[in-house]
Design a protein around this ligand. Structure first.
Ligand SMILES: [Zn+2]
Length: 428
């Protein structure tokens, strides 16, 4: 779709959604009134900067149904966010929403190279989490054979990958690594399986992790993006060029804002990703601050799509660790580990207090092929890991190399940080 036509469609849809939420959702009416914003005066997409942001706490305060813009009898499904950092947030879908979601997830698979001839194993969790059912309906909508395995029971995942001739695996990237490892333990080389594409999302991951997965499984690993507050998976997806995620801009408006001043950033600059849904009926969301950090890639993509791309998520503003006053993202550590032979991409950051100072221990697994009995080699590796992480983070750390498979694996989103600082009586 040419940009001009797209922007006309976006403008019409934005006007419509602003009027709908103002008329139907008391929270938006109150916020718009307080900000002095009258949706009937919205004339151009640049007017969006006058519209107040929505944050997670708004959704929490409206728990469970206060953000719904459609009558309850029109809502046919609810999902929720995980609630790991507080009260869960509830999202509702009308029949039309479920339909559009399936279309957008079908588009996600297709842009990453999945076709109706593929066999898709969905190993995202099914349930209140949007990942499983979102990935499921999309694969069916595309016309692919869809296997609803859900997360967990990793040996069975491997068996099904093998026996059912699976060509596309949909799960979190950290779970894909666990599946590959488990296959090796079972005496199955994942490279011998017919799988050719991975559709991975729901957690930030690095380029080096992509290479590790692609190498271990002999596949093309595609990054996808979504979050339950905005819809679920299917908000943005990489095309086969694997160079940034095309945002499905006919259904979602993306903005990048400065996380401190909330000023809108120009294309190409890093900041917090903000989404406005244009077509959702059950629970439209206006200028939602995702806490995910990224930027718009201004150059057009070689695939010819006109939807702009956002760079892979570089971290979350609420995952950001402040260590001795320095901002640190766990994904930076992952990126470094991916470049050092001899270590596995499994790590855990343990934060504690030594007196009043933050102490950082990074536990890193050595690779299974590394000769762990070679003490001198091990010391050399430890020094290298420490030097490279310290130079990337600008923070001094301790590195503890641990034996293969000693760091807990995840069947969903990986847990990378253990923050014991508060327990030691220190300030958080
Ligand atoms: Zn592209």
């Amino acid at each position: 779709m040419p940009r001009g036509e797209l922007e006309k469609l976006q403008l019409a849809r934005t006007k419509d959604v602003l009027q709908r939420v103002y008329a139907n959702v008391p929270l938006y009416k109150r916020k718009f009134d307080e900000a002095g914003f009258d949706p009937s005066t919205f004339e151009s997409l640049d007017d969006l900067v006058r519209v107040p942001f929505t944050v997670k706490d708004d959704m929490r305060s409206a728990y469970p149904y206060g953000m719904f813009a459609a009558p309850m009898r029109d809502i046919v499904r609810v999902h929720s966010s995980s609630g790991t950092t507080g009260q869960i947030t509830v999202v509702g879908y009308t029949r039309g929403d479920i339909d559009r979601w399936a279309d957008l997830m079908a588009r996600t698979y297709a842009s990453g190279g999945t076709t109706p001839d593929d066999v898709v194993q969905v190993a995202y969790g099914y349930g209140l989490f949007t990942g499983g059912l979102g990935a499921h309906y999309g694969a069916e909508r595309l016309g692919a054979l869809t296997i609803p395995v859900s997360g967990g029971n990793t040996k069975r995942q491997v068996q099904i990958l093998k026996d059912f001739g699976v060509t596309v695996l949909a799960c979190t990237p950290s779970y894909a690594l666990l599946i590959a490892e488990t296959a090796m333990e079972m005496g199955i080389d994942p490279r011998d399986l017919p799988i050719r594409v991975g559709v991975f999302g729901a957690e930030p991951w690095s380029e080096s992790m992509r290479h590790q997965i692609e190498h271990a499984m002999g596949i093309k690993a595609i990054d996808i993006y979504g979050l339950s507050e905005v819809m679920g998976p299917g908000v943005a997806a990489e095309c086969v060029h694997q160079n940034g995620l095309h945002v499905f801009e006919d259904h979602f408006l993306i903005e990048i804002v400065d996380p401190e001043t909330f000023e809108r950033m120009p294309d190409g600059e890093y900041g917090e990703v903000v989404f406005t849904t244009l077509t959702k009926e059950g629970i439209p969301i206006i200028r939602y601050r995702t806490r995910d950090l990224s930027r718009i890639i201004p150059e057009p993509c070689t695939c010819g799509r006109t939807f702009r791309r956002m760079e892979r998520i570089g971290g979350r503003s609420d995952d950001m660790l402040i260590i001795r006053g320095v901002n640190v993202f766990p994904s930076q550590i992952e990126q470094v580990l991916g470049t050092i032979p001899g270590v596995a991409p499994h790590y855990l950051v343990v934060l504690s207090k030594r007196g009043s100072l933050d102490h950082v221990q990074v536990q890193v697994e050595v690779a299974p092929e590394f000769r762990i009995d070679e003490v001198r080699e091990l010391e050399r590796l430890q020094k290298r890991v420490r030097a490279e992480i310290e130079s990337a983070l600008a923070v001094s750390i301790e590195v503890k190399l641990v034996e293969p498979k000693t760091i807990a694996r995840s069947e969903g989103k990986a847990k990378r940080v253990l923050d014991l600082r508060a327990e030691h009586g220190g300030a958080k």
